[in-house]
Design a protein around this ligand. Structure first.
Ligand code: ATP
Length: 139
């Protein structure tokens, strides 16, 4: 089987480091999967979900809020602005973040940075959606 090393790094440290057969990421131009390491790539990432297919056959999901993925020297490295394994997503926290972002977007206050609020809303909605998907498939 074609397996390779993959690591996910966040400002808090490494949250994944193992042998994989594929990693699906939310690229800037859409979602794509790295399956083999014949070509070096670098791509920026959007808010979305990472699916890691471990060499053992197990699948692991992570929420990611942006960053970069690179494939160099037979290794995939994902540098995330923030990322968390799906089973560590705090849904209540994400719901509160979503509510705050919505209130900011609805406010008539010109001091409010709407782009920032839209991004916070996107992060919160992605965390809620991924967590719901995971719980639905793991009951
Ligand atoms: P909040 O307003 O709740 O902090 P945020 O979208 O602004 O949400 P980020 O800046 O994306 O938060 O992330 C900051 C840190 O908190 C990161 O380490 C991220 O993994 C973690 N984090 C944020 N939201 C959650 C969540 N709902 N569950 C688990 N970890 C979270």
């Amino acid at each position: 089987m074609n397996s390779f090393k993959a690591q996910i790094l966040t400002p808090e440290g490494s949250i994944f480091d193992d042998e994989v057969s594929g990693v699906k990421v939310p690229g800037e131009m859409g979602s794509f999967e790295v399956k083999t390491l014949h070509a070096n790539i670098i791509s920026s990432l959007e808010v979305g979900d990472i699916l890691v297919r471990k060499a053992t056959g197990e699948e692991q999901y992570f929420a990611v809020t942006g960053g970069f993925v690179e494939v160099v020297d037979s290794k995939l490295t994902l540098l995330a602005e923030a990322a968390e394994p799906v089973d560590e997503i705090d849904v209540e926290r994400a719901k509160e973040a979503k509510q705050r972002a919505k209130e900011r977007l609805d406010a008539e206050d010109p001091e409010i940075d709407k782009t920032r609020a839209r991004k916070a809303l996107e992060r919160a909605e992605d965390r809620i959606k991924l967590s719901a998907y995971f719980n639905l498939n793991n009951q």
